[in-house]
Write a new protein. Sequence first.
Length: 422
Amino acid sequence: MSVDPDSERGVDRRRLLGWGGVAAVGAAAAGAPLAEARPDPGPDPGPDPGPDDVPPDARPGGAYDRYVAKLAAEGRFSGVVLLSHRGRTVLSRSYGMADREKKVRNHEGIAFHLSSAGKPFGAVAVLQLAQRGKVKLSDTVGTHLKGFAGEIAEKVTLHHLLSGTSGLNTPEEDPQRVFESREEVHEYHERWARKAELVAAPGTPTDHAGAEVAIPALIVEAVTGTTYWDYVEEHVFARCGMTDTAFFTRPQWLTDGHLAHSYMRVADGGLVDAVRNLDKGSPDPNQLGRNPGRAFIDLPGDGGFATAPDLVRFAHALRDGTVLDRPYAQLFTGAKFPLAPQGGGGLRKAGAAPADASFGTYMMPVSLVNGQWVNGRAGVNPGSVASWNIYPDTGWVGVVLGNCDGVPLWEISERETRALTG
């Protein structure tokens, strides 16, 4: 399972998506109504900017570009950064190697492991079913699934799960286990999700516990009769035109030249290719013993691989109604409850410039930064980092994808936000 900075570090990263307009803040209490979405999709970002309209720090050669180049020169960044305005690439930079053994360099067409940055796709899948009348967000777990403890089956709803207010804990995993098939991954995590316990009243923020990711994915499967992976690839990725994004397996990771390998730091301080060294694990206390290559495929509801341009395509498909009808896109990105500035599910790392306000949403936190809405999601796994932010008021999308440990992801993303919001 990929490590969610929300639950493992108490700092996820920030914000994600209010591109279709941000909903009014709703109470995060059991039985409280969902936040009411605005009918207005938000201000039109206007025409594409000319060279003089791009914020100076976001231009090629500007402060953000120079900062990332410096990190790469110091060996502290390997990956891709991309700034796009309404579908037009304004800045694209690639550094380092996607596969050192085969001498494949990183570039825009390389897909990186998303870790927790892939969790919003599960929320989109559920909302697609909701808009078709197949599920209700007020449905309890027991409406669609069997085998859960009575208090979970009867009290925890899809809204609780997607908003991270279920009151569930994250069951213990075996980080040393090496999986050998999709079926083995699915069976293990289905049993793992059923070990979750209700440790607080539904409506209590729980930092997106692992069970909150796995259970909605199981509901998608129960309702559609297909695997979560296949459903999302067909109804989310394909619908958005994300042709290089998928839930790739370990054999594909080893042989497909467009997948970045994850270079994980080990106990002696060196970097090793995680997928080629399954016997090695991370010494990081937040990810102790983990190795993403041991998962044959990411557990349902999590992960996947994506290119930077594909994440931009998703943002535009969300805005134009391609992947969700406009009211459901608003519901997806709408603020549900306030988050603390730091820790406890907060969106900002200690020491970072604070947002004016930050809120939990359906797997994609949203913040007000310098008077602008910024929606973003991040993920961290040994050897992999990912962060993608959407700026609905101005039409910008920013992506950071990396494939080695030691990348200062939070700082890069902060620099990006400063460059785009002033």
